[in-house]
Design a binder for this molecule. Sequence first.
Ligand SMILES: Cc1cc2nc3c(=O)[nH]c(=O)nc-3n(C[C@H](O)[C@H](O)[C@H](O)COP(=O)(O)OP(=O)(O)OC[C@H]3O[C@@H](n4cnc5c(N)ncnc54)[C@H](O)[C@@H]3O)c2cc1C
Length: 306
Amino acid sequence: MDRMAELKATVQGILMENEPMSRHTSYGIGGPAWAYITPKDSVDLGNILHFATAADIQVHFVGSGSNLLVADEGIDGIVLTLGKSFTQLEIQGNHVYAETGVMLGRMVKECVKRNLSGLESMIGVPGTVGGALIMNAGAFGGEISNCLQKVDVMTLSGELKEYAVDEIDFSYRHSTFKDDEIIISADFEMLETSTAVIQENRSKASQGRKDNQPLKFRSAGSVFKNPKPDVAAGYLIDQAGLKGTRSGNAEISEKHANFFINHGNANASDIAKLIRIARKAVQEKFDIMLELEIKTLGFTEDIFTP
Ligand SMILES: Cc1cc2nc3c(=O)[nH]c(=O)nc-3n(C[C@H](O)[C@H](O)[C@H](O)COP(=O)(O)OP(=O)(O)OC[C@H]3O[C@@H](n4cnc5c(N)ncnc54)[C@H](O)[C@@H]3O)c2cc1C
C-alpha cells in the first residue's frame, strides 16, 4: 500500500487529497495540501499523529486559516484542523470550557449573553479558540490569555498533556506553545459584570473595527506586528507612502495599511512581494524591520526578505 492509501485506511474523519488551501484561508490563497484532514475525535487524531510520526510525514496544525498565508506551491504533508469537529462549548457560572474548534465569535457571543466579561472587545476577531490561543489574539485592550485557566494539548505521539496558564508565556501576538503539540481544548474563568459595561466595550470594539478595517475584502488581518505599543505598523507603512500599492490582484489597503487584501485571484507570491516592498520601505525610512504577525506555510523564509 502506498502512503496515501495507508493514511486513508487510518483516518475516520474527513480526508481531502490535494486539497487547495485557498478554500481554507481567509485570504482565499494557497496551493494544495497533500492531505487536509479533519479528524473525527481525539482517538482518530491520536491514530493520525501516530501514523504520521511513524511514516515521517510532516504535520501542520491549522484552525480556520484567518491568520495564514499559504504558498502557491502548496504544502507537502498533512494539514490537520480540528475546526469542524472539536466544537463543544460548555458554560457553567463564570467557567467556560471550549474545544479548540469553537469559533471565537460564538464563544464571545455566549459570554456576552450571560454578562461574562473578558472577551467582548474581541468581537469580530475571526478564527477558532485554538488559533486565538496560539496567536494570543487580542483587540482593543483585551487578549484571550487574560481569562485563561488551562489548556489541553496532544503531542505527536498521541499523549494528552495539560498546561496551567502560568506554564505558558503569553505576550503581544505570541505564545510559547510547542510547535509539535496540537491544542485540544481550554478552560477560562470569566468576570461577572453588568450588561452596560459589556455592551459598551463590545460596541466600542465593533465600531472601531468598522471604522478602521477593510472588512469587505479578503485578508488575514494585520500582516505585521506593531514594532512598539505606541508605534503601529500600519502607520509606518502609510508614512512610507504605500497605501494602495498593488502586486497583481493584491493590494496594501487604502483603509488600513497593515491589511493586505485579495481583490479576487491574488497569489501568495503577490502578497509576499507586498511584504518585501513594505519591509524595505519602512526599513529605509524608519530603520525598523517589521516582523510578520501572519503565519506562513510552505515558503522558504528568504521569500519575505527585502
Ligand atoms: C478581518 C480580520 C481581522 C482580524 N483581526 C484581528 C484582531 O483584531 N486581533 C487579532 O489578534 N487577530 C486578528 N485577526 C487574525 C486572526 O483572526 C487571529 O490570529 C485568529 O486568532 C486566528 O485563528 P485561526 O483559527 O484562523 O488560526 P489559523 O490562522 O488557522 O492559525 C494561526 C496559527 O495557529 C496555529 N494553530 C491553529 N489552531 C491550532 C491548534 N488547535 N493547535 C496548534 N496550533 C494551532 C497555526 O499553526 C498557526 O500558526 C484578524 C483576521 C482577519 C481576517
